[in-house]
Ligand binder design. Structure first.
Ligand SMILES: *Cc1c(COP(=O)(O)O)cnc(C)c1O
Length: 369
């Protein structure tokens, strides 16, 4: 078979064990998944009502232009309908951007560690990835600028960054945008935008007025609690959207996803409540880390990266056997650390109790040695 060479080197996405599988294997009655930054409170009740009220035939293709959702999102972000592109999750917009701008001989600049899909898609397209190490969990923007050359077509910024949770302050972002060449597309992935509350968090949509080479990615998968429906969107200048549209599958967002997203968007009260709960949840982890002397990054997202200073996979395994699924830092480029999604108050209490018993066991072992 005449495969693209890059494809032969890639591994498929490794899904975590299913909740059912873990229950059976370890004889557990309940499992809490705090691994994929999903909303522990689910989604707005308006979504269930909208979905169950859907009466049209399942045999019909979805609205390929997502007309109603487009109008709702355009109004929500204060932009024109022609300045928005929808994806089957923002993951698909990352793919569309990569298909449209990356090919052998080109390169793309990103932080490391960051969201892995940027590099994954670049590899498939045969473009070089220039990975600029984070500094203390933050994007090294001057390092990233220095990595840009004539062959660079896309720069990826993830703010807040997954997996560190650190955001790019407004002034730094503006400084960066003003220096990036106008023919390089800057992708600002704001998957956790609705959780952020830092005073210096940029009003990125406003920046579109000044920077025509910027695209902002947002999603319904995180705070909106609709990961199962796969709806994400990009906001950019009309000209950028027009160029990206041909690489989008005609029916990429599905009928129920569009309906769910419209309903979810209408319930901003739910979003504010989730944001507040998340802030209080983060405090639970901060207090725990400070009491135990564990390093962590203060987070603008709904997850926290904690340094256990031991084999991440062992921490992962211990928590798994005690009913909690997290992400081992080893797979995220942070060996020794673990990424935990902020859950409900009770879920956070529960996992923190397990973390405490793990740490107590470890210090007991160290004393015995
Ligand atoms: C979760 C996540 C996404 C993907 O979201 P979908 O819309 O579900 O595809 C994109 N970027 C980052 C940084 C994420 O954490």
């Amino acid at each position: 078979m005449k495969w693209k060479e890059a494809v032969t080197k890639l591994q498929p996405y490794q899904p975590g064990k299913s909740i059912e599988e873990v229950k059976r294997q370890y004889g557990l009655t309940s499992i809490t998944k705090l691994a994929s930054n999903e909303n522990p409170f689910g989604c707005s009740n308006l979504v269930r009502e909208a979905i169950s009220g859907y009466g049209t035939s399942y045999a019909l293709y979805p609205d390929g232009y997502a007309t109603n959702l487009r109008a709702a999102v355009a109004e929500h972000v204060g932009k024109k309908e022609t300045e928005i592109i929808f994806g089957n999750g923002s993951d698909e917009i990352i793919q569309i951007i990569s298909r449209s701008l990356l090919y052998p001989g080109r390169n793309t600049v990103m932080a490391a560690p960051t969201f892995p899909q940027y590099k994954h898609n670049a590899v498939i397209e045969g473009a070089d990835s220039r990975e600029v190490p984070l500094i203390d969990g933050e994007h090294d923007l001057s390092g990233m600028l220095a990595a840009i050359d004539n062959e660079t077509s896309v720069v990826w910024l993830c703010s807040p960054n997954n997996p560190t949770g650190i955001h790019i302050p407004a002034a730094e972002l503006v400084g960066f945008l003003s220096k990036v060449p106008k023919d390089v597309l800057v992708v600002l992935d704001e998957a956790y935008y609705e959780y952020t509350d830092a005073e210096d968090f940029p009003d990125s949509v406003k920046l579109l007025d000044s920077y025509e080479n910027l695209i902002i990615l947002r999603t319904f998968s995180k705070i909106y609690g609709l990961a199962a429906f796969r709806v994400g969107y990009g906001i950019a200048h009309e000209e950028i959207i027009r160029k990206l549209e041909p690489a989008r599958e005609p029916f990429n967002t599905n009928t129920l996803g569009q309906i769910a997203a419209i309903a979810a968007l209408a319930d901003q009260g739910f979003i504010s409540r989730c944001k507040e709960e998340n802030k209080m949840g983060l405090q639970q982890y901060y207090s725990f880390c400070e009491a135990e002397g564990l390093a962590y990054y203060p987070s603008q997202g709904n997850f926290i990266l904690i340094n256990f200073d031991m084999d991440s996979d062992e921490v992962f395994q211990y928590l798994l056997e005690n009913g909690y699924i997290v992400r081992s830092g080893r797979a995220l480029g942070f060996p020794g650390w673990v990424r935990v999604t902020i859950g409900s108050h009770e879920q956070n209490e529960g996992i923190i109790a397990q973390m405490k018993s793990l740490l107590a066991m470890r210090s007991k072992k160290q004393i015995e040695i």
